[in-house]
Design a protein around this ligand. Structure first.
Ligand SMILES: Cc1ncc(C[n+]2csc(CCOP(=O)(O)OP(=O)(O)O)c2C)c(N)n1
Length: 278
């Protein structure tokens, strides 16, 4: 833990992030809304409380690293980096996914201040993160490396190869977060390629497991505090709702990629709902 921020303050930031996801999507006309809304609380808790980072010096060697392996959720990640002071929020809101913009649908570490890895092709964040954590551990640098994957994403074998390596190399500094929103692109994970019992599988690959309700900030805060205090590799299974914040989207596979209406009046209705949900 790096900053003394209250759960109430983090909750307010998560609402702000969801509002920014909605506005960014509206200006971009559409985007990967469902998985962005589900992981917003976890991103806020990481960036505003737990990660040891310095937006003034994004390449500071001793910083903690974060990799958004489910890179299609740049729609949450890039506004979060802007809220944390790495880039201009105005630019993100106006230019996200526009031709020539630094802020494409998937994050590009060469173009975005504070972004530790380019992602978008699923299944690559874990191997990259394990390599980073191993390198830091070999150099005696005590920084954390945190990788967030989707749950549909972990159907790819590369995640499990990386988990095996994290446990073999006893990566004390490695934290894997699975955004367990139970839906992937076409429907429920359990119908596409069943993952359960996910906790037992992760444990069998050598990671300690923490479970939390990833849309309840008090639980997110507790899970991250535990993970930060433990010796890794550790995995937080963050149980979330795809599309969290908008009733019409929640639990619906069609919110994987959708819009917030096509006129300002529609957008305002969604913004009001996000604010009212708190
Ligand atoms: C290697 C690869 N295959 C396919 C895709 C297309 N794709 C983008 S998102 C997605 C579904 C991901 O589901 P999940 O990991 O559960 O993400 P979330 O529900 O959190 O959005 C797929 C298949 C991709 N980006 N990369």
């Amino acid at each position: 833990m790096q900053n003394n921020v209250t759960v109430e303050e983090l909750k307010a930031k998560a609402v702000e992030l969801r509002l920014n996801i909605a506005k960014t999507t509206f200006n971009a006309t559409s985007g990967h809304v469902g998985g962005s809304m589900s992981c917003a609380d976890m991103l806020v808790a990481l960036y505003f409380k737990y990660l040891n980072i310095n937006p003034e010096d994004p390449d500071w060697y001793e910083r903690d690293r974060f990799i958004l392996s489910k890179g299609h959720c740049a729609l949450a990640y890039v506004p979060c980096l802007a809220m944390r002071g790495y880039i201009s929020l105005d630019e993100v809101l106006k230019n996200f996914n526009k031709t020539g913009s630094a802020y494409g649908m998937h994050p590009d570490s060469k173009k975005i201040r504070g972004c530790d890895a380019s992602t978008g092709s699923l299944g690559h964040g874990m191997p990259m993160g394990v390599g980073m954590a191993l390198g830091l551990q070999m150099k005696g640098v005590n920084s954390k490396v945190v990788v967030m994957t989707g749950d549909g994403e972990v159907q790819e074998g590369s995640n499990w190869e990386a988990a095996m390596a994290a446990s073999m190399f006893k990566l004390k500094n490695f934290i894997w977060i699975i955004d367990r929103n139970k839906l992937e692109i076409d429907g429920p994970t359990e119908q596409e390629m069943a993952l359960e019992p996910l906790d037992k599988k992760v444990e069998a690959f050598g990671c300690k497991v923490i479970k939390c309700n990833g849309n309840n900030m008090a639980e997110v805060d507790k899970a991250l505090a535990q993970a930060w205090a433990m010796e890794g590799p550790v995995c937080i299974i963050s149980e979330t709702e795809k599309g969290y914040g908008i009733k019409e989207f929640e639990g619906q596979a069609k919110c994987h990629y959708c819009s917030f209406g096509d006129n300002e009046k529609d957008l305002q209705v969604y913004l009001d709902e996000i604010k009212a949900r708190g």
